[in-house]
Ligand binder design. Sequence first.
Ligand code: HEC
Length: 107
Amino acid sequence: MISVVLLALLAAQTPEQFFERKVAPILTKRCLPCHNRELNNAGLSFQDTATLRRVVVPGKPDESRLTETLRHEGQVQMPPGPPLPKKEIEVLREWVRRGAVFGTPLK
Ligand code: HEC
């Protein structure tokens, strides 16, 4: 039953919609406070899709700097402090796995 609901959810959205509905809210809440045009920590503004592209390898979450930092195992751990809830990490990994397609840029 649950998997049927999940499948329906996945099928009902384009990659752009997946970005806008699932990924953008996480990045906006968890990362944008530091990685925006003004603060630009580590040269990363997630409002600028070009810099986001620098830290993702489309299709390969395990090779992507973005998802690597979420695991909180290496030197650079993002976000600083407690790691994201597993569900949110999984959404970001799933987004990279599906090719890291962007919708409307973050505001
Ligand atoms: C409290 C501020 C803050 C938040 C919130 C934050 N970052 Fe960062 N981020 C930084 C700083 C400062 C650096 C550079 C310092 C460092 O390398 O440790 C950085 C560096 C990075 C890097 C570059 C690592 C490298 O070595 O190239 C990535 C990728 C990154 N952040 C991703 C994220 C993601 C994804 C989120 C949200 C889940 C996030 N950050 C949330 C402050 C933040």
